[in-house]
Design a protein around this ligand. Structure first.
Ligand code: CA
Ligand code: CA
Length: 271
């Protein structure tokens, strides 16, 4: 299963998500805070591709200056600057939240992340072979019955991040084993040709859930990406590892391998 890669925050504090560098924007939607039915994208999002959803803006969810963004809200009586995470604790559907695929039985009350004073949030989204949909929840589970006093809308942009078309030799079989002390060229081809290396990271996840981040380069002649993993540069333990390719912080694909210990010196060799 692909999963969202939560990159170790310490390593990426200097690499904020920049929507401008995150693949072609394929669509932009407006989600009206007074519209109780979900808004669907015009495009079906392909099942094998990863997308990035970017939600921005604020809306009024009640009179007197009660405002919310995709994830956080603010009451007018609160002291300046206070925003609270929307009330998912009240109901699993989120009382105030930008819901994704609300009527598909899937991701409800998504976590759009930490508060952003610019009210811009992003979320990785695996295509489902159908349009994606959004609704602003104002007690959605009771029929969005509290929308009458709302005003405004949120903006949603959909970016296509793509997919890994193929892993290339020497990573070829499902039981790939690497010997500590050796060098592994990690090669892969994306579904779309082109140099997106500025957005692409290769992360090696260790058995202890640590991570080693590598920056691949693009070979235009071969239309593939490559980065060399020098095992001797790290103090690695034997066990199950994973290579993960991300674009814009979203996982495109992963590949497992087993790291075998170094052959001991003076050993007559083992097979
Ligand atoms: Ca309301
Ligand atoms: Ca939420």
């Amino acid at each position: 299963m692909k999963r969202i890669l939560l990159i170790v925050a310490l390593l990426v504090l200097t690499v904020p998500l920049l929507a401008s560098a995150l693949g072609p924007q394929i669509e932009e939607l407006s989600v009206d805070s007074r519209q109780p039915a979900p808004v669907y994208s015009t495009n079906a999002l392909e099942a094998d591709k990863m997308y990035l959803l970017e939600a921005s803006g604020t809306y009024t969810f009640g009179s007197g200056g009660r405002i919310a963004d995709a994830e956080w809200y603010r009451e007018p009586t609160w002291k300046e600057g206070r925003w609270d995470k929307t009330r998912s604790d009240w109901d699993p559907y989120g009382v105030l939240d930008l819901l994704v695929d609300p009527d598909q039985g899937g991701a409800i009350n998504p976590d759009w992340g930490d508060f952003n004073p610019d009210h811009v949030y992003t979320m990785c989204y695996q295509g489902q072979g159908r349009p994606v949909s959004f609704v602003i929840s104002d007690w959605w589970h009771t029929g969005n019955t509290m929308m009458g006093d709302n005003y405004g809308s949120l903006d949603v942009k959909i970016f296509e991040l793509g997919c890994v078309e193929a892993w290339l030799p020497p990573i070829v079989n499902a039981d790939f084993e690497l010997q500590d002390g050796t060098t592994l060229p990690i090669k892969f081809r994306l579904c779309e040709p082109g140099d997106f290396s500025a957005d692409i990271l290769v992360t090696i996840v260790t058995p202890e859930s640590g991570s080693i981040q590598l920056t691949p380069t693009y070979d235009a002649d071969e239309n593939h990406y490559i980065v060399v993993f020098h095992t001797r540069n790290y103090d690695l333990t034997e066990g199950n590892y994973e290579v993960i390719v991300t674009r814009g912080g979203c996982e495109l694909d992963s590949y497992p391998f087993y790291l075998a210990p170094k052959a001991s010196r003076g050993n007559s060799g083992r097979k």
